[in-house]
Design a protein. Structure first.
Ligand code: C2O
Ligand code: CU
Ligand code: CU
Length: 506
């Protein structure tokens, strides 16, 4: 932990030295140190011909009415590009990434997580509604050689979730080395699910985006280039490879896109056509939404349908992302534009079913709002404090509907993620959110200097001793303490930090 903190201190000082008065200077510093053209700092592969690797579906077994999975975090070696040197990586059940877990709504699931790494880690189920002690956050560390078992009942709508380590101060490095996989929740009873493309790896495809930087030996390095957001890699990968190509055999393909990057924000689209967005982080939208681009900050997901004609050869592209009023657009990736994934349609395509006009109905009752809380994100602090593993910042009562107002006080990107719940973005600076942000969310990008009202309800689980987290999901920021802890308690009950303060964690 000291190593990383030390490095970070150095980076900050370097930034101050080079930049003098801060952000505008940081942009110049990065520009001067960058060898590529000023338009984009991402180097695209020449060819997009590497077959897109598909994470295998995780096997599960039934044990006492529980669908049980096994994951092992392990070291390995992985080729990010054809012909490249195998880089040292970490993965679950393999050298890089992790299998896709799938479970049905209402099922009891268990995951046994083993750790064969040389250091402690944890496995967090991002977006999952579950008891705090099963959350896999920084209080559920798994020591080398140990196994941790998490068990809960799937009690939320079908959606695309993911899992990744959450060790305090080390999350960026663990995720970046490859520890990330998807967790899909299904509802086989739901006719809408049946009508949408749903055959794994055929017309329903995991697209896990991560940007990487390599040293001369081809090893992964976390080089943040001296900017405020953390690492912006110059090689962009999908499911672990750069220049990937997906063969499509149906008229509609469903891409379940996850931004698993540590800091980079993407604006994804296909140049010559619109897409149909059908789901955000926590499940289907109310109805399909035709759009040109979808912006995803780290941790966010979107499901989109792309329509193809026989023989089409198109690229999922990341356009220069609209990041709001950032002070140094270049430094935070706002000028980067590059291809992400090639989609090649076969000469004959099987016809996909028609997309239903109504996808899902949901909605929290804004009239029921009880407590309101406000979270100001600035530098590496939330409400003026950095993460303290022994401190419980907020106490929420079971059953309450709450409105959280979240503000990014900086002129560079942050986002905001809340564990345990899916929230609804009710307003941005008092205005209704754009339709792509009107669904169920667990992570939202925060444009600088704007106010986001998030509506959420806390149900099912209480634990006065074990907190959930809320934090910025730019992993460098999270590691540097831009995180807080909340417990959910029975009405009238008090938070009890005695257990977590016992093993303080710092
Ligand atoms: Cu995706 Cu607290 O994490
Ligand atoms: Cu999470
Ligand atoms: Cu941040």
């Amino acid at each position: 932990m000291t190593g990383l903190t030390g490095l970070t201190g150095l980076t900050r000082r370097r930034l101050l030295l080079l930049g003098g008065a801060g952000l505008a200077g940081a942009g110049v510093a990065v520009l001067a140190g960058c060898s590529t053209a000023s338009t984009s700092s991402v180097s695209e592969p020449e060819e997009f011909d590497t077959p897109l690797p598909i994470p295998p579906l995780a096997e599960s077994r039934w044990e006492a009415g529980t669908r049980t999975f096994s994951l092992r975090a392990q070291e390995g070696s992985w080729q990010f590009q054809p012909g490249a040197h195998g880089a040292s990586t970490w993965g679950f059940n393999g050298p890089y990434g992790g299998p896709t877990l799938r479970a049905n709504v209402g099922e009891r699931v268990a995951v046994e997580v083993g750790n064969d790494l040389p250091e402690a880690t944890s496995t967090h189920w991002h977006g999952m509604h579950l008891p705090a002690e099963m959350d896999g956050g920084p209080h559920q560390m798994v020591e080398p050689g140990d196994t941790w078992r998490a068990e809960w009942v799937i009690g939320q709508a079908p959606c695309t979730l993911w899992y990744h380590p959450h060790p305090h101060g080390q999350t960026e490095r663990h995720v970046y080395r490859g520890l990330a996989g998807m967790f899909w929740l299904d509802d086989p009873q739901d006719p809408v699910t049946q009508a949408l493309p749903h055959t794994y790896a055929v017309d329903d495809v995991p697209v896990i985006i991560g940007d990487k930087t390599f040293d001369d030996q081809g090893e992964l390095v976390i080089d943040d280039g001296g900017n405020e957001v953390g690492l912006l890699g110059d090689v962009v990968t999908v499911n672990g490879v750069a220049g990937a190509r997906l063969e499509v055999t149906t008229t509609l393909v469903r891409l379940r896109i996850l931004n698993a990057s540590t800091a980079r924000i993407y604006s994804l689209g296909i140049a010559d056509r619109s897409m149909l967005m059908i789901a955000s982080d926590g499940g289907l939208l109310r109805s399909p939404l035709e759009l040109e681009r979808v912006r995803l900050s780290p941790g966010e997901r979107a499901e989109v349908l792309v329509a193809l004609d026989p023989g089409d050869d198109v690229r999922l592209h990341s356009f220069e992302p609209e990041l709001g009023s950032v002070a140094a657009p270049f430094a935070v990736g706002a000028n980067d534009s590059f291809d992400v994934l090639r989609l090649v349609a076969a000469d004959e395509l099987a016809a996909s079913a028609e997309v239903p006009e109504q996808l899902a109905s949901f909605g929290l009752d804004a009239a029921a709002v009880g407590p309101r809380r406000r979270f100001e994100l600035e530098d590496r602090e939330i409400n003026g404090a950095r993460m303290d593993m022994a401190r419980i910042d907020e106490t929420v009562e079971l059953g309450d509907t709450e409105m959280w107002t979240v503000v990014n006080r900086n002129l560079f990107p942050h986002n905001f993620h809340v564990h345990d719940v899916q929230f609804e973005v009710r307003s941005i600076d008092g205005e209704p959110p754009p339709p792509e942000l009107a669904g169920r969310k667990d992570t939202v990008y925060l444009e600088p200097q704007r106010e986001y009202e998030l509506l959420m309800q806390f149900i099912d689980y209480t634990d006065p001793q074990m907190p959930y987290m809320y934090h910025c999901h730019l992993l460098r920021h999270e590691d540097e303490g831009m995180m807080g802890q909340f417990v959910v308690v029975q009405p009238g009950e008090r938070a009890d930090p005695s257990m977590i303060s016992g093993h303080g964690g710092h």
